[in-house]
Design a protein around this ligand. Structure first.
Ligand code: HEC
Ligand code: HEC
Length: 297
């Protein structure tokens, strides 16, 4: 706040409080002829007349108390422009102190979790309750509250892994994020080529199609796609190239959806969480994700 605004706020606040004091004193004063029966404000409604009496003393006392409270409050806490208050209290300070306290409370627990290997931790109900809370807060927007995902957001509970399902790979995925790069093939293949390769790709997971198309598609696949998806289409977790033979589809398995994947490419992004979550929390989350597709206690 600039100095001018600071003064503006300060003067306005104090003037308001002084005005309240003046108003109370003014209304409290007895006016000539007051107290006598029949002295009314002149307001009348339906036979009811409003008497012009000063307010009771205890009531006035309450008003003075609120004013005293306001002044003391403004002296102790920030409120008058840039004046920081005698207590030095700030909202961020209060927040940070609270966070610090909570962190100190949970530190021994997370230290214990950090020393426990993921598969073991996944069997610890207390750790998994924490993991679940972390998951709902940080991951559910994309992967769903139950981790079952949706189109473009992988299901984490099915044991099918694009980037690998070992504890280390899952932790790496969460910490560093993942950037999938499936290039677009529409220009290189042409529409007929896209159709043929899509038919072949779908045949890998048991879908039937025109054998001539499948044969033509296979040939193209062997030259253009094996570098990432492997000669048998089983994929490569180093590149995040999915297994195309398992009939699990991140972007849909219809002829149309597979053609779209091939024609336009796909660039799924899993955001890195290293700046958002401590390594210890990521460890607990990795155990939670690991546990989704493994035996639960
Ligand atoms: C440079 C490596 C690379 C090459 C080459 C490549 N892909 Fe991919 N492909 C990927 C990656 C990585 C993904 C995952 C994309 C994502 O998650 O967003 C993917 C995804 C796909 C998908 C979507 C799978 C799903 O679950 O929805 C299909 C279909 C596919 N590729 C087919 C092909 C075909 C056919 C070719 C050859 C014409 C090919 N890819 C060439 C890396 C590659
Ligand atoms: C902004 C959306 C978003 C958020 C938030 C997000 N993810 Fe992801 N996640 C994705 C996408 C998209 C992919 C797939 C990337 C690709 O196409 O390869 C993914 C991939 C993954 C994978 C790899 C799956 C596999 O098959 O290998 C894991 C594990 C994962 N996420 C866990 C998490 C966890 C745990 C969190 C919470 C800390 C989280 N994600 C938060 C979007 C998100």
């Amino acid at each position: 706040m600039s100095t001018a605004w600071s003064w503006y706020v300060t003067v306005l606040s104090l003037a308001n409080i002084l005005a309240c004091v003046w108003l109370i004193r003014w209304t409290a004063k007895k006016r000539p002829g007051e107290g006598a029966a029949g002295d009314t404000t002149g307001h009348e409604w339906d036979g009811l007349r409003e008497y012009n009496n000063p307010m009771p003393r205890w009531w006035l006392g309450l008003f003075y108390l609120t004013i005293a409270f306001a002044l003391v409050y403004l002296l102790l806490y920030p409120g008058l422009g840039n004046f920081k208050g005698l207590l030095g209290w700030t909202q961020t300070g209060a927040y940070e102190a609270e966070v610090k306290k909570v962190e100190a409370d949970v530190a021994p627990l997370f230290a214990k979790y950090a020393a426990t290997p993921v598969p073991e931790l996944a069997k610890d109900p207390a750790a998994m309750a924490t993991g679940r809370r972390l998951f709902v807060t940080n991951c559910a927007v994309c992967h769903g509250a139950d981790g079952h995902g949706s189109r473009g957001f992988p299901n984490l509970a099915d044991g099918i892994w694009q980037w690998g399902g070992s504890p280390e790979q899952i932790e790496q995925t969460i910490t560093q994020g993942r950037q999938a790069a499936m290039p677009p093939w529409g220009a290189a293949l042409g529409e007929d080529g896209v159709k043929a390769v899509a038919t072949y790709v779908r045949s890998l997971s048991g879908k039937t199609g025109d054998p001539a198309l499948i044969a033509a598609g296979k040939e193209k696949f062997q030259t253009l796609c094996v570098a990432c998806h492997g000669p048998d289409g089983k994929g490569n977790p180093m590149l995040g190239a999915p297994d195309l033979t398992d009939d699990y589809w991140l972007y849909g398995g219809s002829q149309e959806a597979v053609e779209t994947s091939i024609r336009n490419g796909r660039m799924g992004v899993m955001p890195a969480h290293k700046d958002l979550l401590s390594p210890q929390r990521i460890h607990v989350l990795a155990a939670y994700v690991y546990g989704l597709s493994h035996e639960q206690p």
